[in-house]
Design a protein around this ligand. Structure first.
Ligand SMILES: Cc1cc2nc3c(=O)[nH]c(=O)nc-3n(C[C@H](O)[C@H](O)[C@H](O)COP(=O)(O)O)c2cc1C
Length: 204
């Protein structure tokens, strides 16, 4: 499949068939995804796979009983055939940017980072994974990390890492409840592409 087609086909899938995903296959896809760019060649992103028989435990940690009892989405996502936890190691970026060839960046102190590259790298690798999954005709949903962070990290053994997101993976069952986010009126993609106005150069 061409990349343009992969990009246009990819959509979050929030309802899966009850079918386990082969963990070796998923590990291999994660390793491919980690070809994504990484600042300073730091390689500080990790992908930790959760096998089908661990998915229920993952949901026990990542969600709460009230959500599981009331969310219209739980029934669909609980059948995910696997989960990928995408995490990063900020300490590796601090160490890398303290190296002689990067010291001039001034990025040794955590507070100096206007853009935390560990998140940038994690996002790049996550997008690569989503496209690879699409190429395999697998469905995926990205869950941002905004609750139960400590519990998930403790369960998965990500003690000195920052959890970026979880990617729920599985065979789509085509019963997705429509996402309310998609009903939002947003600027079109072409409206979000802009050009800098031509101006006289700024003085130094
Ligand atoms: C940083 C980030 C966090 C997200 N968190 C969630 C989430 O917690 N739950 C969810 O169902 N979708 C989540 N999404 C998916 C978005 O809702 C989805 O990408 C968006 O509505 C556009 O739909 P599409 O990806 O199907 O084109 C997240 C996406 C991103 C990039």
């Amino acid at each position: 499949m061409e990349l343009t087609e992969l990009l246009s086909r990819r959509r979050m899938t929030r309802s899966f068939l009850e079918a386990p995903l082969d963990q070796d296959r998923l590990d291999a896809l994660c390793a491919e995804a980690l070809r994504a760019p990484t600042a300073g060649n730091t390689a500080g992103v990790r992908m930790t796979t959760v096998a089908a028989d661990q998915v229920a435990q993952y949901f026990d940690c990542a969600t709460d009983p009230h959500w599981r009892a009331t969310s219209r989405r739980f029934e669909g996502v609980r059948h995910a055939g696997a989960v990928v936890l995408v995490s990063s190691r900020p300490q590796d970026y601090f160490a890398r940017y303290a190296d002689v060839d990067k010291a001039a960046s001034g990025l040794v102190e955590p507070a100096a980072w206007l853009v935390p590259y560990w998140h940038t790298d994690a996002a790049m690798a996550t997008m690569a994974l989503l496209l690879l999954l699409e190429e395999q005709r697998l469905g995926a949903t990205l869950w941002g990390n905004f609750r139960h962070d400590e519990r998930v990290r403790a369960w998965a053994g990500l003690n000195d890492e920052v959890l970026f997101a979880s990617v729920l993976v599985g065979e789509p069952d085509a019963n997705d409840p429509a996402s309310t986010s998609l009903a939002r009126r947003v600027p079109s993609r072409s409206q979000r592409v802009r050009r800098v106005a031509r101006r006289t150069p700024l003085d130094d």
